[in-house]
Design a protein around this ligand. Structure first.
Ligand code: RB5
Length: 150
């Protein structure tokens, strides 16, 4: 799978670890930065990952900041992005099964590398369940252009 990844300074180290984890798993990783622990602004990287997914160049995105929250908010501003902050295997699995998330976000100040790896693995292993969830996701998509919900 082709996966775009990005982080701010707070998420840099965990991003690097997760990039290795993904590459070892055979994935094609597009690293959009940041490239050090020098202070940067997380919206720049959330937007870059969001665009890299919404454009179709990448199938999924992975974002890391201190909490996962700020970078997810930024990624979610890009039309077509459903970015989910996950904290563990269960939230990661459900983000894919129920929400069809296409960007998974983690907080490096909240979860350790092992939990993060397990969560990413769970996210990648899960399948979108569609069914009753599809109508709800369609309603989210409708919000992108402030259209009435279907
Ligand atoms: C950076 O200090 C921190 O605010 C950022 O990584 C993130 O947690 C924001 O949501």
């Amino acid at each position: 799978m082709r996966i775009a990844i990005g982080s701010d300074h707070a998420g840099f180290e965990l991003k690097q670890q997760l990039a290795d984890f993904l590459r070892e798993g055979g994935h094609d990783v597009e690293d959009l930065g940041t490239t050090s622990d020098e202070r940067v602004d997380y919206p720049d990287f959330g937007a870059a990952v969001g665009r890299a997914v919404a454009s179709g160049d990448n199938e999924l995105g992975l974002c890391v900041c201190g909490t996962g929250i700020g970078i997810s908010i930024a990624a979610n501003k890009v039309d077509g992005v459903r970015a989910a902050v996950v904290h563990d295997v269960t939230s990661a699995r459900l983000a894919k099964e129920h929400n069809d998330a296409n960007v998974v976000c983690l907080g490096a100040r909240l979860v350790g590398p092992e939990v993060a790896q397990e969560a990413v693995h769970a996210f990648l292993s899960a399948s979108w369940q569609e069914g009753r969830h599809a109508e709800r996701v369609d309603k989210i998509t409708a919000l992108e252009h402030d259209r009435p919900c279907p």
